[in-house]
Design a binder for this molecule. Structure first.
Ligand code: SF4
Length: 76
């Protein structure tokens, strides 16, 4: 299995990644909504509902299905 993306990874920090969307920094990222999660993001490469999966922004790591970052974009 691939390693989980660490929230302290410099790229994760720069994008405001959190493994739990509820912990997103709403002051820094006012666009954040609790309904936004990695598994509903266009860049998530796992299946909807997966606990974790690859993200095209973070190569070699998996992100939490219920995670979030500021690059979140609604899956079409
Ligand atoms: Fe999650 Fe999307 Fe950010 Fe990747 S780009 S970490 S799938 S919110």
């Amino acid at each position: 299995a691939q390693a989980k993306l660490d929230e302290k990874d410099p790229q994760a920090v720069s994008l405001g990644y959190v493994a739990d969307t509820a912990k997103a920094d709403g002051k820094k990222y006012p666009q954040h909504q609790a309904s936004q999660m990695c598994h509903g993001c266009a860049l998530f490469q796992g299946k909807a509902g997966d606990a974790a999966g690859p993200c095209s922004l973070f190569g070699g790591k998996v992100v939490a299905g219920k995670g979030w970052c500021s690059a979140w974009a609604k899956k079409a």
